[in-house]
Design a protein around this ligand. Sequence first.
Ligand code: G5P
Ligand code: MG
Length: 230
Amino acid sequence: MCSRARLMARCLSSPAGKLTAVIMGPPGAGKGTISKRIVNKFYLAHLSSGDMLRNHISRQTDVGLEAKNYLDQGKLVPDQVMLNLILTELKQAETGWLLDGFPRTLGQAKALVAETSISTVINLNVPFQTIIDRVKGRWVHVASGRVYNDNYNAPKVHEKDDITGEALVQRADDRPDTVLERLKLYENQTKPVIDFFEEKGLVKTFSGTESDVLWPQVKQYIEKDCITLA
Ligand code: G5P
Ligand code: MG
């Protein structure tokens, strides 16, 4: 069977609202941006590992205190910490879900497939130079995970969240040297995860430089190949 046929068969087994998907791609590829559109359109829970960690850090929880140094240096948080965090959330999810930023190592991927079944893996293939240019202008609202960019979706008021009016911050790991470190880690640790899912016929790749161009393709793919009318 060709990989396309395998992929469609797995997607079609997911009834509407019970899609269980993973979105992958290098740091700054637009996973968060496209995830927001997917979860709003298809009523999924958005589980972003980075947003969860930043939330723990801002609340200074035990997980946050352990994770902070890793994030600031652009390094990966140890697998066991991530597995505890994500698998606990997944078990509580009552709807379908979209995992963003997890899994990022083979260890995480293997633990995830042992615990749950995955409908599809959406892989955003965005050139590194595009990413390096775009993350310089990123601003985030930590409490909600809302993301802005000076050159793309700027907030209505400079450095303020559109909904709450609270201050936006720039991520410590968006410094140019840290971004390069994160891209290197992605090549070495996370690309093998895509190969792992490829072997299972689960990966659908979307290539380009603009989220507004990639989003309609992702949407059409989910509507056509992944959702059945339950
Ligand atoms: P995160 O938070 O998962 P990354 O590194 O995977 O971080 P990141 O940086 O959050 O990914 P993204 O979500 O792929 O990027 O991209 P985005 O935020 O949507 O878009 C990036 C910027 O570009 C935004 O400003 C957006 O507005 C803008 N943009 C989007 N589309 C366009 C466009 O078309 N044009 C333009 N001009 N701009 C656009 O992980 C952070 C850290 O947490 C730890 C690690 O330390 C990691 O480094 N961590 C884990 N550690 C271990 N295991 C895990 N599973 C971990 N998960 C997180
Ligand atoms: Mg993100």
